[in-house]
Design a protein around this ligand. Structure first.
Ligand code: PAF
Length: 294
């Protein structure tokens, strides 16, 4: 595995690969890699000849008072995992490499609408930081495909729209959320949970599943389902940011044109913010079924 920390080194190598007609799949990460990230790498191997992974904890997507300073940085262990997964190139730029003129002077990429709701409301500016750094990384790596986890469903939707809107010739691929045996979505932030909080954490997924089952059984008072779910999370000890039943394509309220529903939740357990989502699709009989639920 070749490891580079500057754009020039990385781009020299990738230029030679492209001259050999090799295709490139790219997995951007912030490190502290777990099974969910490794699933992205495995998917990347199925799509292209070369797999490039980046590790960059992007300060531009953290708000004031968020966990930028404490975000887990585990480069040595991450390298070992990526090496075992057969990653070809690891890119580990420093902040000065990505933001040479400082973050305040950085041109921003913003996806309106999709980035203003849900996590965008609770974390103002967060998605502008994500789309800006992902655009930069896309321009540096120039991949044929890029792989993102469905756990961050809103992020995936925003990046798909950005790529469409800016005519970037990149195939954006989502992969299913990796979960622990009790259903908790794998996340770098799970390591912040105390033993007691770790026992409570899977309730977020259970609450999403209960809500999905109610919709699949024909219950269509979504406001009531949302407020019932929020109450359940509060009672379990969470501080919910949102629990929302939305159209999976627009992330707006469900309408009669909705073909797929996304149920999304974000909630704090102590100082740790967890997010998760589940989906269900309108089945051929014209009602909400569990057949295509994921
Ligand atoms: O999902 C993440 O880890 C980050 O938001 C990403 C896409 C690597 C951008 O910093």
């Amino acid at each position: 595995m070749q490891t580079y920390s500057t754009n020039t080194q990385l781009q020299n190598t990738l230029r030679k690969a492209r001259e050999r007609a090799q295709t490139v799949a790219f997995v951007p990460t912030m490190g502290n890699l777990h099974e969910g990230h490794l699933d992205l790498v495995r998917k990347a191997h199925t799509l292209c000849d070369l797999v490039v992974v980046s590790i960059f904890v992007n300060p531009l997507q953290f708000g004031a008072g968020e966990d930028l300073d404490t975000y887990p940085r585990t480069l040595a262990a991450d390298k070992e995992k990526l090496f075992k997964e057969g990653v070809d190139i690891l890119y580990t730029p420093g902040v000065e490499e990505i933001y040479p003129e400082g973050m305040a002077a950085q041109t921003l990429v913003r996806v309106p609408g999709l980035s203003e709701t849900l996590c965008g409301s609770s974390r103002p500016g967060h998605f502008d930081g994500v789309t800006t750094v992902v655009s930069k990384l896309f321009n540096i790596v120039q991949p044929d495909a890029a792989i993102f986890g469905e756990k961050d469903f809103q992020q995936l939707s925003i990046i798909q729209k950005m790529v469409r809107d800016l005519c970037m010739p990149i195939k954006v691929v989502g992969t299913p959320t990796a979960r622990d045996d009790d259903g908790l979505a794998k996340s770098s932030r799970n390591g912040f949970l105390s033993i007691e909080q770790r026992h409570i954490a899977p309730i977020i997924h259970q609450t999403l599943l209960t809500c999905r089952e109610a919709i699949a059984c024909g219950f269509d008072n979504f406001l009531q389902l949302e407020s019932h779910a929020r109450m359940k999370l509060l009672q379990a000890g969470f501080e919910p940011d949102y629990f929302a039943i939305r159209d999976a394509r627009t992330l707006r309220a469900v309408t009669e044109d909705t073909e797929e529903i996304a149920i999304l939740a974000a909630a704090r357990l102590g100082s740790t913010r967890l997010i998760d989502n589940v989906h269900l699709t309108l089945n051929p009989a014209g009602d909400w079924g569990m057949l295509a639920a994921h």
